[in-house]
Design a protein around this ligand. Structure first.
Ligand code: C5P
Length: 244
């Protein structure tokens, strides 16, 4: 078990929430981070912010001792993916993401390079939580049941050396049964009771996601668009303490 995974599983709920900083620029994102105070331990930086602000923003978060989940969802040829994670090693990023659909060779090459150069943990994204079965079936061109597709793609990625998976709360329980306790299972599509699902389709509450076996919850808009983001995070952390 890696040091990061050990800390996620240490029982501190702050290490089980990654705040999705889906915000336009560093000023807005750092304002959000600062509002959260020491309740926040892990921030997820996605493409929007990374394209706008790049490595200096990641270094800024590391200076504040925030763990960085750099969510770039790589989906490319093995050589390009392996070199990309090698470049991340110097940024001291804890986690990054690849698409499981990039395939076995790409994930093997990426995971192997990460281990060699001290890069981030690799999580494979199975089926995006914004898809329901009908829309995903249209994408792949035949009737496709996400409940079957997620374990199929997830199992392949795990066998290829990924450290864990990003998956919807609804598929976590099945993945735990199939893959055991070792993979780091990270769950977006988390919606506290009463908050908007927005574009997410396969959603669950924080307590339900933890009960199903998730290690880390990715939460964006229910926090960033709350009237009082720090209070919204405090309530989620309380719900998580009650659930565990
Ligand atoms: O605002 P919300 O809580 O829906 O944010 C969820 C975050 O998780 C977004 O940053 C999104 O890119 C990410 N994500 C996701 N579904 C996946 C993988 C990542 O929603 N399968």
């Amino acid at each position: 078990m890696t040091d990061f995974l050990r800390r996620v599983r240490s029982g501190d709920p702050r290490l089980r929430v990654a705040l999705a900083l889906d915000l336009p620029d560093a000023a807005a994102a750092l304002d959000m981070v600062d509002q959260m105070g020491d309740q926040l331990r892990i921030a997820k930086v996605g493409l929007q912010l990374f394209v706008a602000e790049g490595p200096p923003f990641v270094r800024e978060l590391r200076q504040r001792e925030i763990e960085v989940f750099l969510d770039l969802k790589l989906h490319d040829i093995p050589n390009t993916m392996a070199h990309t994670v090698e470049s991340m090693a110097g940024l001291d990023v804890a986690i990054t993401t690849v698409h499981a659909a990039a395939g076995r060779r790409a994930i093997e090459a990426t995971a192997e390079r990460c281990r060699r150069v001290g890069g981030p943990l690799i999580l494979a994204v199975t089926v995006l939580t914004s898809f329901d079965d009908a829309e995903y079936s249209r994408v792949v061109g035949h009737t496709c049941d996400t409940a079957r597709e997620v374990p199929r793609l997830g199992g392949q990625a795990w066998d290829a050396g990924a450290d864990g998976l990003v998956t919807s709360p609804r598929e976590v329980e099945g993945l735990r049964k199939e893959l055991g306790s070792d993979p780091l299972l990270v769950v977006p599509g988390v919606r506290p009771t009463g908050s908007e699902a927005a574009d997410q389709r396969r959603v669950a509450t924080p307590a339900a996601a933890l009960a199903a076996g998730a290690d880390l919850l990715v939460i964006g808009r229910p926090l960033t668009q709350a009237p009082d983001p720090a209070d919204a995070l405090a309530r989620i952390l309380d719900e998580m303490r009650g659930a565990s």
